[in-house]
Design a protein around this ligand. Structure first.
Ligand SMILES: Cc1cc2nc3c(=O)[nH]c(=O)nc-3n(C[C@H](O)[C@H](O)[C@H](O)COP(=O)(O)OP(=O)(O)OC[C@H]3O[C@@H](n4cnc5c(N)ncnc54)[C@H](O)[C@@H]3O)c2cc1C
Length: 421
C-alpha cells in the first residue's frame, strides 16, 4: 500500500447542502466518512438563497433542533409565501400556509448561502464520525478492486473509499467523467444573482417575488427579501432559449432594473452590493442514471433542480439523505455493484419524479403567457382556486390537479371553476 494512502468506508466530494446531509446521515448510522471540499468556508454559492418547505422537512427528519438553531442565525428571515406576477403584471399573493401566524415556525426561510452553508458546516461538529477537509479539490477518481482511489489537487495524500458520493455541484467533474451526465440545454438553465440594499416595496412577511415578465419568458425575474433591508435579486432562463434568442442575460437584468416602468421605481434608492454573478442550474426535467459501481451522484451533480421554480437545495438534501442511507446498506451487505446501487436511483426518483414531472408541465405553461395571465386573473376572483394554489405548496395531491385537462377546462370555460373537484 502507498505510504500516504488512507482508507475510508465513504468519501463525499462537495460540502454543499447535498454533501453535508449525506455525511450527517452516514454519521448518524455509525459510519465513518471523509467529506472534502475544494473551497475554504465560509464560501459563496451563487443562488437565490430561498430555503423551501422541503429544506424544513429534511431538518425535521434529521434533527428538529437544527431548525431552532437556524432560526437563531441573524443572517436568515422566515418567509411566509410567494407573490406571482403574471405577464400582464397582475399579482397573485399566495401564502405557503393558510391563516398563518408569524409567531409560529415559518414554512420557508431565506438566507445568503455564504451563511447558510457555513451554518451547515458548523453542524458537522456534532458528528465526530465526519472528518471534514476544506481546500481539498478532488482531481482524480480511479476505480480499483478495493474502491475508489481519490487524489487531490497539489497534495500527496491518496484516499481509498469503498463508496464515493459525488455532491460536487452543477459543474461536477465526477458526474461528467464517471456518471456520463452531459449538459443538455433544454434541461439546463442559466441564472444570475445580485445583492441589493434598499429595494422598496418588499413584503412585510417576506413573501418571495417571482415576476414572469414578457421579456424574460419562459424564465423569471426574482426579488427575495433578506435581513437588514437587503434583497437577493436575479433572473433565470432555460439555456436553449438563451441560445435560440441570443439573449444576453446580464443586459436583460440591467434593463429590467433600470428601465422597466414598475421595477425601476422600486430600485430608485437601491444600491448593488458586490457584482452580478452567474452559474448553471442542471434541471431535473429528465430522468438520468445517477449511480454506478461504488458511486452515487447527489443534488446538482445528479441534475435534480426543480424545472419550474429553480429550487435545488431541498432536492440536494433529500438525495444526500437517500445516498447516505443507500451507502449504509451497501456497507452492511458488502454489495457494491452498479446493479445494487440502482436502488438509489429508484429511491430518488420514487421520491422526486412526480414533482419534477409536474414542474416540467408548469414550465411549459409559461410558454403560454395568456394561460398564466388567465390563472392569475381567475385566482384573484375565486377564493377556492386561491386556496387550491396555496395548498399546492404543501400537498402534492393538490398540485397534481395541474396535470388534469379538467382543471384547465374548468378554468377556461367556467366563471366559478370547481378546481378542487
Ligand atoms: C442563480 C441561481 C439561483 C438559485 N436559486 C435557488 C433558490 O432560491 N433556492 C433553491 O433551493 N435553489 C436555488 N438554486 C439551486 C441551488 O443553488 C442548488 O441546487 C444547490 O446549491 C445544490 O446543492 P449541492 O449540494 O448539490 O451543490 P453545491 O451547493 O453547488 O455544492 C457543491 C460543493 O462542491 C464543491 N466542489 C466542486 N467541485 C469539487 C471538487 N472537484 N472537489 C471538491 N469539492 C468540490 C464546491 O466547492 C461546493 O461547495 C439556484 C441556483 C442558481 C445558479
Amino acid at each position: 500500500m502507498d505510504k500516504a494512502e488512507k482508507e475510508y468506508p465513504v468519501l463525499i466530494s462537495g460540502a454543499g447542502p447535498g454533501g453535508v446531509l449525506a455525511a450527517i446521515t452516514l454519521a448518524k448510522a455509525g459510519v465513518q466518512v471523509l467529506l472534502v471540499d475544494k473551497a475554504k468556508f465560509p464560501r459563496d454559492k451563487i443562488c437565490g438563497d430561498a430555503l423551501s418547505g422541503k429544506v424544513v422537512e429534511v431538518f425535521k427528519k434529521t434533527d428538529p433542533e437544527i431548525l431552532q438553531r437556524l432560526k437563531l442565525q441573524p443572517s436568515q428571515v422566515g418567509s411566509w409565501g410567494v407573490d406571482f406576477y403574471a405577464p400582464n403584471r397582475n399579482k397573485l399573493h399566495v401564502p405557503f400556509r393558510l391563516d398563518y401566524s408569524v409567531q409560529s415556525d415559518a414554512p420557508g426561510y431565506i438566507s445568503p448561502r455564504l451563511d447558510f452553508d457555513n451554518f451547515l458546516i458548523g453542524e458537522l461538529k456534532r458528528y465526530p464520525l465526519v472528518e471534514f477537509l476544506e481546500d481539498h479539490e478532488v482531481t482524480s477518481t480511479t476505480l480499483t478492486s478495493k474502491g475508489y482511489q481519490i487524489k487531490f489537487k497539489g497534495r500527496e495524500e491518496v484516499v481509498v473509499a469503498k463508496i464515493l458520493i459525488a455532491a460536487d455541484g452543477a459543474h461536477s467533474t465526477i458526474a461528467r467523467k464517471i456518471g456520463a451526465i452531459k449538459v443538455e440545454k433544454q434541461h439546463y438553465c442559466g441564472g444570475l444573482r445580485a445583492y441589493y440594499q434598499g429595494v422598496s416595496g418588499l413584503d412585510k412577511d417576506n413573501f418571495i417575488e417571482l415576476h414572469f415578465l414578457k421579456n424574460v419568458l419562459p424564465g423569471y425575474f426574482w426579488i427575495f427579501p433578506l435581513p437588514n433591508g437587503m434583497a437577493n435579486v436575479g433572473i433565470g432562463m432555460r439555456s436553449d432559449k438563451i441560445s435560440q434568442k441570443k439573449i444576453d442575460l446580464k443586459l436583460v437584468l440591467k434593463q429590467i432594473i433600470e428601465e422597466d416602468p414598475v421595477i425601476r421605481e422600486r430600485f430608485k434608492s437601491a444600491t448593488i452590493i458586490g457584482e452580478v454573478k452567474g452559474y448553471g442550474l442542471p434541471l431535473g426535467s429528465k430522468k438520468r442514471k445517477i449511480s454506478g459501481e461504488r458511486m452515487m451522484l447527489v443534488g446538482d451533480a445528479a441534475s435534480l433542480i426543480d424545472p419550474f421554480t429553480g429550487e435545488g437545495i431541498g432536492n440536494a438534501m433529500v438525495s444526500g439523505m437517500l445516498a447516505g442511507k443507500q451507502a449504509v446498506h451497501a456497507l452492511q451487505v458488502q454489495e457494491y455493484s452498479a446493479k445494487a446501487f440502482q436502488a438509489y436511483d429508484e429511491e430518488v426518483y420514487g421520491r422526486l419524479w412526480s414533482e419534477l414531472r409536474l414542474s416540467k408541465v408548469m414550465q411549459e405553461m409559461v410558454n403560454y403567457p395568456w394561460l398564466f395571465d388567465l390563472v392569475v386573473n381567475k385566482a384573484n376572483r375565486n377564493e377556492e382556486l386561491r386556496t387550491t394554489i396555496s395548498c399546492m405548496f404543501e400537498d402534492l395531491d393538490m398540485r397534481s390537479k395541474l396535470r388534469s385537462p379538467r382543471f384547465y377546462f374548468n378554468l377556461l370555460f367556467s366563471d366559478d371553476p370547481k378546481v378542487t373537484s
